[in-house]
Write a protein that binds this ligand. Structure first.
Ligand code: CO
Ligand code: ZN
Length: 332
C-alpha cells in the first residue's frame, strides 16, 4: 500500500485541477469496478455491483484535491503575490516551497516585519520564482501551485503535503481491492473541490442520489504539545464522526459504524471536530436529505506541508471500510 500512497500524495492536484490525481485513481481501480464516469466538475464516480434485496445505494466519497496557492499579482521586480486555495496559515508557509502546475518552483518568504513578535499576514508574504522582473516571470496571474515536499516515513508514521485527503483516496482504493462481496450498489466518488466548499461532492451526490452517504477524510488530533482539545489521537484507529462544524452525523449511521467496528474487533475513536467539515455534509443535504456519516483518519498538522498519519490507523481504516460495506446496513 505504501507505493500507492506515495504515488497518490506526490501527484499534484490543487482544487479545480485534480486531473493528474484522477488518472492515478483511474488506473488503480480499472478492473475493480463495473463502471467509471467523470462528471462535469471532474469527480470520478465508480460503480461496483447492483442493489440486492438487502442492499442500499451507498455513496462513499473522498476528495482528490489539495490545498495550494494561486497568483494574484506579479510586481515589477518579478516577486509573486498570491492567495491560498483554502485555509493555509502564514506560519506554515514561510521558507516553504511551492511548485506551479507549469513546473515552475518557487519559495515563499516575507517582507521585513515592523513587529517581529507577530505572525505576518498573507499579504506580507510573496513567492520568489527567480525572476528579475515581471516580463521574465515564469508565472502569471491565475497560475496555480501546490506545496512541494517529498513523502517521508518516520517509523510507523507517514508524512506528506497531501495526506488530506489522498490518504482517504488510498484507503478507498485498498478497500475496493479487499472487498469480496457486497449486497449494495456502491458508488465510490473521488471528488473535486472539497477544500473550497465541498463543490464536487455536491453535484456528485445529486447525480448518484444515494440511500446512504459516507465520507472518508482526515481529522485533527489532540495529542500534540498544547494542541487543540480533542480526544482523537494518532495510532488508536479510525474515527467515527459524531459532529463537525458543518454536520451532525446521523445518529443511526454513527451507531451502525461503531457497532460494525466493535463486532469486527477494530479499534475506533469517536470524533467531535470543532473546525472543518467533509463531503458527508454535501451528501446529507442533497435532494430531500440522505442519512450520512464519516470515517476519518487521524492526522496531525493538517493543511501544513507536512501532514502526518499513522500506518496502523490507515490499515485499520481499510478494514473498517470493508466491514461497513460487506454486510446489510441496519439503520434502526
Ligand atoms: Co482539508
Ligand atoms: Zn480533507
Amino acid at each position: 500500500m505504501k507505493d500507492l500512497i506515495r504515488k497518490l500524495v506526490e501527484a499534484v492536484g490543487p482544487s479545480g485541477y485534480e486531473g493528474a490525481v484522477r488518472e492515478v485513481v483511474r488506473k488503480e481501480i480499472a478492473g475493480l469496478v463495473d463502471e467509471i464516469k467523470v462528471d462535469a466538475l471532474g469527480n470520478l464516480i465508480a460503480r461496483k455491483g447492483v442493489k440486492g434485496p438487502d442492499g442500499m445505494r451507498i455513496m462513499v466519497s473522498g476528495h482528490m484535491d489539495e490545498i495550494g496557492v494561486i497568483v494574484t499579482h506579479v510586481d515589477e521586480k518579478g516577486f509573486v503575490r498570491f492567495t491560498t486555495i483554502c485555509g493555509v496559515s502564514p506560519a506554515t508557509c514561510i521558507g516553504g516551497r511551492v511548485k506551479f502546475l507549469n513546473g515552475t518552483p518557487g519559495l515563499i518568504y516575507m517582507e521585513r516585519s515592523e513587529s517581529p513578535d507577530k505572525l505576518p499576514s498573507m499579504e506580507q508574504l510573496y513567492i520568489d520564482v527567480g525572476a528579475a522582473d515581471r516580463a521574465s516571470s515564469p508565472v502569471k496571474v491565475g497560475d496555480v501551485g501546490v506545496f512541494d515536499r517529498p513523502f517521508v516515513e518516520i517509523g510507523s508514521r507517514m508524512v506528506s503535503k497531501a495526506m488530506d485527503d489522498r490518504i482517504a483516496v488510498a484507503v478507498m482504493i485498498e478497500a475496493l481491492k479487499d472487498l469480496k462481496f457486497s449486497p449494495h450498489e456502491l458508488y465510490f466518488v473521488f471528488s473535486t473541490q472539497e477544500e473550497v466548499g465541498l463543490r464536487g461532492a455536491t453535484t456528485a451526490a445529486y447525480g448518484v442520489d444515494p440511500d446512504l452517504g459516507l465520507a472518508v477524510d482526515v481529522t485533527r488530533t489532540g495529542d500534540t504539545p498544547k494542541g487543540v482539545k480533542m480526544e482523537v489521537a494518532l495510532g488508536k484507529g479510525p474515527t467515527v464522526k459524531v459532529r463537525d462544524s458543518g454536520m451532525l452525523a446521523d445518529p443511526r449511521v454513527v451507531r451502525w459504524m461503531a457497532e460494525t467496528a466493535e463486532k469486527a474487533g477494530i479499534p475506533y475513536q469517536l470524533e467531535v471536530l470543532e473546525a472543518g467539515t467533509t463531503d458527508a455534509r454535501a451528501i446529507q443535504l442533497t435532494r430531500s436529505g440522505v442519512p450520512s456519516g464519516c470515517m476519518s483518519i487521524p492526522t496531525r498538522y493538517i493543511h501544513s506541508p507536512s501532514e502526518m498519519v499513522d500506518a496502523n490507523d490507515v490499515q485499520l481504516s481499510v478494514r473498517l471500510l470493508v466491514e461497513l460495506l460487506t454486510n446489510p446496513v441496519n439503520l434502526s
